[in-house]
Design a protein around this ligand. Structure first.
Ligand code: CMP
Length: 146
């Protein structure tokens, strides 16, 4: 049993980390950090799906390359539960650019570059709700209470 109110956020183990066999290590790091896995899938994003997921970045110069990368192979969306799910996951994964990520964070350990940076995490509670909806239905995320 847990005491505090639990929240759920979205992580995606991206095609670089998944394709190089690091999904298990990333998942272990997330569990060791205290997250509970409430949903997990393996999927390959379609172009339309990646464009919709990253629509907020559609005007950025890196958008096309980001969509190319995110559709380049399988990835692993995860619904992760923790009392401070959104901010805590962003702490645990580290800065977007692994060269700037704190030692011991997932990106410092497993990311190749700012573009191929191993893992995505939602940046607000509102975006977590929206982004979880890209991959999971509500019924997938019913807390077990364990
Ligand atoms: P992510 O957390 O998935 O959200 C948007 C992604 O765009 C980001 O991780 C990066 O991997 C990717 N990206 C690619 N180029 C850049 C860039 N120049 N600045 C910020 N993000 C970038």
């Amino acid at each position: 049993m847990t005491d505090g109110v639990q929240a759920v956020t979205l992580a995606i183990i991206k095609p670089d980390a998944f394709g190089s066999g690091k999904a298990g290590k990333v998942l272990a790091a997330l569990e060791e950090a205290g997250f509970r896995v409430r949903g997990a899938r393996v999927t390959t994003l379609t172009r339309a799906g990646a464009e919709a997921f990253y629509a907020v970045h559609s005007e950025r110069p890196f958008f096309g390359a980001l969509v190319d990368f995110m559709t380049s192979g399988p990835c692993m969306p995860l619904a992760l539960e923790h009392e401070r799910a959104v901010p805590y996951l962003r702490e645990v994964i580290g800065a977007t650019d692994p060269a700037e990520a704190d030692a011991g964070t997932i990106r410092a350990l497993y990311a190749e570059s700012k573009e191929r940076n191993a893992i995505h995490a939602s940046d607000s509670d509102e975006n977590a709700r929206i982004e979880l909806g890209h991959f999971f239905s509500g019924i997938d995320l019913i807390a077990t209470g364990s």
